[in-house]
Design a protein around this ligand. Structure first.
Ligand code: ARG
Ligand code: ZN
Length: 858
C-alpha cells in the first residue's frame, strides 16, 4: 500500500471554485459543497472524477443540478463519470465533530469547532480531490447557534453576516487566493480576541486577531508582539508582504501538532500562543515566537507557493524552518539559537537517519503521509537549504529566493523547482548538491591534520551510511567552514570555506611554524558527523579561545563526548579517566569564570551532551551504562566545582525578573548550576532547589527548581509537587509541566510515579498535549524508558495500542523510540522488539502505526 513519488500524475480534473455551506452542530454538522470542476488539459483525459473521502458517506450527489445515482465508492473514495469539460458537482455530507477523536478534519475542542486539514483531513469533511496540486478559491458559509458559537471564522475575509429569529446566526467568508484543500480552515466558538493592526511596507493596514477562550486573553501579548515582528522581518529579510486585510490566529487546546498555517486563519496549539511570566518559561516564550514566525512565514513559503505533492513537503517545511530559525536568531542571540537548533537536530534527526525509519528529506515512498512530518523533513530540510545559503552568501541566496517566489507564485511546486531557482538566482552549480534531497543518512566526515614544514595538510574523507532501500551512496558536496589557530597567539588568519565533494580530498594551508589547532564545521555549516579523534588539550584550547561560538560549544561537547564514549566502551583505565575529568573540569571552571561570556551562552556551554546523542556515537549501546557514566560525570563536576557552582547560583539568584537577555541568562545558568550542585550534594541541592522554588516569581525558576527536586529522594520533593499542582490547578499547560517533570525525573521510583500519574484524575488519553506530557517525557527519559526491567518498553507498547484507535497520529509518534532496538544491547533489544511484535499483531491497527511498526521490525 505504498504511494511512490515516481508515480505522480497531474490531476485529471481541476476545481477552480468551491462553495461550502456548513450547518454547525457539535454532534451533527451538515456540509453542502458545490464544486465547479473542469477537465485538466494536462491530465490523462479520464472521464472519472475521483473525490477522496475518509469515514464519510454522501447523502446526495448532484451533477449540474440533477441528482445522480450512478456514482460508486472505491474504498473511501467516491468515483463518478463526467462526460464533458466542465460541471457543477454538489455533495452533501453529515459529520459528528464531537466523536472525532483523531483531531483531523472537523472536530470539537472544549465546546468549540475547529478544523485540521493538512495533510489529508479535508476528505474527512467532504468529498474532494484532496491533493495539494488542486488549487481553488473558496467561499464558505456557515450557520450555527449564536449562543454556542458566537464567533464564526474561515479563511480570507468576512463578506457578509447576519442573524435569525431562531437563535442562529451566519457568516460568509471569501478567500480570494486559490489554495489547496489542506489550507482550508473553519473555527466556531466562544472566543475573545487580542486585536492589533499592522501597516505593511506598501502602506496597507492589516487587522490582526489572536482568538482564545475567555480568560486567556491576558496571556496573548507575546504572541501578538511575535506576529508583528514576524510580519516586519519577512518584509525586510525576504521582501515578502502579507496579502490579505485580515490575519486571524486561533488557539485550541486539543491539537495533534504545533500549529497550522491555514490561509489567513492559523490554528495553534495553545502551548504556542499563551505565555506570561507566571506560567511560561523562557523556553516557552522562545517557542511561541518561533512557531508564530513559522506559521506566518508559511504564507509565502507554503501558501502562495505550495507543494505539488506530499513528497515535496520539505519544499515548504525545510524552507520555513530555515526562515523561522533566521528570524529567531535576529530576535535574540544568533549564537545561542544556532546551538539550540543543532542540538535538536542531533537529538531528534540523527537517530532518524541512522535507524529503520531513515528517509531522504524528499522521500520516495510512504504509506501514511502523517508519518513524514519528521525532524528529517523539517530540520534536516532546513539544514540543506542553509548549506545553499552558506555557499552563496546571504545576498546571492536572497536573489535565489526572490526568483523562486516570482517564478512559482500561485503554483504547486517541487523541491527541484526550488533548487533550480536558487541555482539560477544565486548563480550556484547545484547539480551534485541535489543528492542531499535524494540520499538519507548522516554523512560521516573523517578528518586528519598533518603538519609538515610550514604546511598544514588537511585530509578529509566522507561516507554516507547505507539506509533502508539505499545500500549504495554517492559523495555529496559538504561545505565546511574552518579556521586554523596559531596555538601560541590564540588566533587564526581568517575563516575559509572548503567544499568536500569527493570521497576524499586534501587541502593544504601554508604559513604554520607549529602545528595549528583546527576548528572545523564552524557554525555547523554542514549537517554531518565529524570523526576527528583529538587531544583533550586541543579541545580545551578551542573551548576557551574559538571566536566562533558554535565551535566553542562544539569543542566542549567533543571533550565530554570523547570521554563518555570511551568510558561506556570500557576502554578507560583510572588514570585516563582522571585525566579526562580533569580536562573537563578545567574547561567548565573556565566557562563559569569567563567574564567575556554572556550568561545565555555560558548556559549553552554548560549543557552536557544528551544520552541519545551519546548513544548515536556507538553502533550498539547500553543505555544503562551511558546513563550511569553521564550521571557519574555530573556528580564529579558537582563536587569538584562545588564552590564556583554555588557562587554562580547565588549570583544568578540575585538577578530580578526581566525579559531581557541578561536576566534570562541568569535564569538559565541558575538552574544549570542547581542541577550540578544537586548531583554533587543532594541535600544541599534539595535545600537550594526548595529555596529557589518558594522564592520564584516566574515559571522558569519555579519549573527549574521543581525539575531538580523531582529527581531527589527528599521531603521537599513531595511538598513542592503538591504545591505546584494546587497552585496551577485548572491551567492545562502548566499541569502538563507537572506531568512532564515527574515522568522525566531520575527518581529511583520513576516508573511507579508514571503509572500513578496515568491514573491521576487530570490524565486523559483524549488530549494530545497531556498524553505527550506524560509519555513523551517518559520515552525521552532513559531511566524510565530503558529501565532494565523492560517495564518502560511495555508501558509505551501498551500506550501505542491503547491510543491508536483514539488518535492514530499521536500513537504513531511513539513507535520510533521502540524502533531503535537494533542499536541497543541485546537484552533490552529483545524486549523492545517484543513490544513492536505485540503491536504488529493487533488486527485493526491504523495505517499510521502499522507503517511505523512494520518498518521498525524490518
Ligand atoms: N504545516 C504544519 C506546520 O508545520 C504542520 C501540520 C501537520 N499536521 C499534521 N496533521 N500532520 O507548520
Ligand atoms: Zn510548517
Amino acid at each position: 500500500p505504498s504511494i511512490r513519488r515516481e508515480d505522480y500524475l497531474p490531476p485529471a480534473w481541476l476545481v477552480p471554485e468551491v462553495a461550502l455551506d456548513f450547518r454547525l452542530g457539535l454532534e451533527e454538522t451538515r456540509v453542502a459543497s458545490r464544486l465547479s470542476v473542469r477537465r485538466n488539459p494536462e491530465g490523462n483525459g479520464t472521464a472519472t472524477l475521483r473525490l477522496n473521502g475518509d469515514q464519510i458517506t454522501p447523502l446526495t450527489l448532484r451533477i449540474d443540478g440533477q441528482e445522480v445515482h450512478d456514482w460508486r465508492m472505491d474504498g473511501p473514495d467516491l468515483l463518478v463519470a463526467l462526460p464533458g469539460e466542465a460541471h457543477q458537482v454538489e455533495i452533501e455530507t453529515c459529520l459528528n465533530p464531537g466523536a472525532n477523536s483523531q483531531l483531523m478534519g472537523l472536530y470539537a475542542s472544549n465546546g468549540m469547532l475547529c478544523t485540521q486539514c493538512e495533510a489529508e483531513g479535508f476528505r474527512r469533511i467532504t468529498f474532494f480531490p484532496d491533493r495539494p496540486d488542486v488549487l481553488s478559491t473558496y467561499t464558505v458559509r456557515m450557520r450555527g447557534d449564536k449562543a454556542k458559537f458566537p464567533i464564526l471564522l474561515a479563511n480570507g475575509n468576512c463578506t457578509a453576516q447576519g442573524e435569525d429569529a431562531d437563535g442562529t446566526h451566519w457568516a460568509e467568508w471569501h478567500d480570494p487566493w486559490p489554495k489547496p484543500s489542506y489550507l482550508f480552515a473553519l473555527v466556531a466558538g466562544e472566543l475573545v480576541a487580542n486585536h492589533a493592526t499592522f501597516t505593511t511596507m506598501t502602506g496597507r493596514t492589516v487587522d490582526l486577531n489572536i482568538w482564545v477562550r475567555p480568560g486567556d486573553e491576558d496571556r496573548t501579548q507575546h504572541a501578538m508582539d511575535s506576529l508583528i515582528a514576524s510580519m516586519k522581518w519577512d518584509e525586510e529579510t525576504f521582501g515578502r508582504e502579507y496579502d490579505l486585510d485580515l490575519f486571524n490566529i486561533v488557539a485550541v487546546s486539543d491539537f495533534n501538532m504545533g500549529a497550522m498555517e491555514n490561509k489567513g486563519l492559523n490554528v495553534f496549539n495553545t502551548r504556542y500562543v499563551l505565555a506570561d511570566p507566571e506560567t511560561a518559561t523562557d523556553a516557552d516564550y522562545d517557542a511561541v515566537e518561533g512557531v508564530i514566525g513559522h506559521e506566518y512565514f508559511h504564507n509565502w513559503s507554503g501558501n502562495r507557493v505550495t507543494c505539488r505533492d506530499w513528497f515535496q513537503l520539505s519544499l515548504k517545511e525545510g524552507f520555513t524552518v530555515l526562515r523561522d530559525q533566521l528570524f529567531s536568531a535576529d530576535m535574540g542571540s544568533e549564537a545561542v539559537k544556532r546551538i539550540e537548533d543543532v542540538r535538536v537536530l542531533r537529538i531528534a534527526q540523527f537517530p532518524e537517519d541512522s535507524g529503520p525509519l531513515a528517509h531522504p528529506i524528499r522521500p520516495d515512498s510512504y504509506q501514511e503521509i502523517s508519518n513524514f512530518y519528521t525532524a528529517t523533513v523539517y530540520n534536516k530540510g532546513a539544514e540543506v537549504i542553509r548549506m545553499m545559503r552558506t555557499m552563496a552568501g546571504p545576498e546571492r541566496f536572497r536573489k535565489g529566493t526572490d526568483l523562486y517566489f516570482d517564478r512559482h507564485d500561485g503554483q504547486a511546486a517541487t523541491c527541484e523547482d526550488f533548487v533550480k531557482a536558487i541555482e539560477d538566482g544565486a548563480g550556484l552549480d547545484l547539480r551534485q548538491f541535489r543528492l542531499w534531497y535524494a540520499q538519507a543518512g548522516t554523512p560521516q566526515v573523517g578528518v586528519e591534520l598533518e603538519h609538515k614544514g610550514t604546511q598544514a595538510i588537511l585530509r578529509l574523507t566522507q561516507s554516507v551510511p547505507a539506509t533502508p532501500g539505499q545500500p549504495e551512496k554517492q559523495p555529496m558536496p559538504i561545505p565546511l567552514r574552518l579556521a586554523l589557530y596559531d596555538r601560541d597567539r590564540g588566533e587564526h588568519s581568517g575563516e575559509k570555506l572548503v567544499v568536500l565533494d569527493k570521497d576524499s580530498d586534501t587541502f593544504v594551508f601554508d604559513g604554520f611554524a607549529r602545528p595549528p589547532v583546527l576548528s572545523i564545521n564552524r557554525g555547523f555549516s554542514a549537517p554531518v558527523a565529524i570523526r576527528f579523534p583529538r587531544d583533550n588539550a586541543d579541545l580545551v584550547f578551542l573551548a576557551a579561545h574559538d571566536d566562533d561560538p558554535f565551535a566553542r560549544y562544539e569543542a566542549m561537547q567533543g571533550l565530554v563526548v570523547q570521554h563518555l564514549v570511551a568510558a561506556v566502551s570500557g576502554q578507560l583505565d583510572e588514570a585516563t579517566r582522571a585525566e579526562a575529568r580533569h580536562a573537563i573540569g578545567e574547561a567548565f571552571a573556565a566557562i563559569i569564570a569567563d567574564p567575556a561570556l554572556d550568561d545565555l551562552m555560558r548556559g549553552e556551554l554548560m549543557i552536557l551532551p544528551a544520552e541519545t546523542y551519546l548513544a548515536e556515537q556507538l553502533a550498539v549501546s547500553d543505555p544503562g551504562a551511558i546513563h550511569a557514566e553521564r550521571e557519574g560525570l555530573k556528580r564529579w563536576l558537582g563536587r569538584e566545582l562545588a564552590g564556583p557552582l554555588r557562587s554562580l547560583h547565588d549570583r544568578a539568584a540575585a538577578v530580578a525578573y526581566a525579559r531581557d537577555a541578561a536576566a534570562r541568562g541568569a535564569r538559565k545558568i541558575k538552574t544549570q548550576a542547581l542541577t550540578l550542585i544537586a548531583a554533587g550534594d543532594p541535600a544541599e541541592g534539595a535545600r537550594r532547589a526548595y529555596a529557589q522554588y518558594t522564592a520564584a516569581d516566574n515559571m522558569t525558576d519555579r519549573q527549574g527548581a521543581l525539575m531538580v527536586l523531582a529527581s531527589l529522594d527528599a521531603p521537599e520533593r513531595e511538598e513542592a509537587l503538591a504545591d505546584f499542582h494546587r497552585r496551577y490547578e485548572g491551567n492545562a499547560l502548566v499541569i502538563d509541566k507537572w506531568f512532564s517533570l515527574q515522568a522525566g525525573s531520575f527518581h529511583p521510583r520513576v516508573l511507579e510515579h508514571i503509572r500513578a500519574l496515568a491514573r491521576h484524575p487530570d490524565f486523559t488519553m483524549g488530549n494530545p498535549n497531556r498524553v505527550r506530557a506524560l509519555y513523551m517525557a517518559a520515552t525521552a527519559n532513559p531511566d524510565a524508558f530503558h529501565h532494565e526491567s523492560g517495564e518502560g518498553y511495555r508501558m509505551i507498547g501498551e500506550l501505542i495500542r491503547k491510543l491508536d484507535p483514539i488518535n492514530a497520529q499521536t500513537a504513531a509518534r511513539f513507535v520510533p523510540a521502540l524502533g531503535r532496538w537494533r542499536r541497543i544491547e541485546p537484552v533490552r533489544a529483545a524486549q523492545m522488539r517484543a513490544e513492536l511484535e505485540r503491536t504488529a499483531a493487533v488486527p485493526d491497527l491504523s495505517r499510521d502505526v502499522r507503517e511505523q511498526v512494520s518498518k521498525s521490525l524490518g
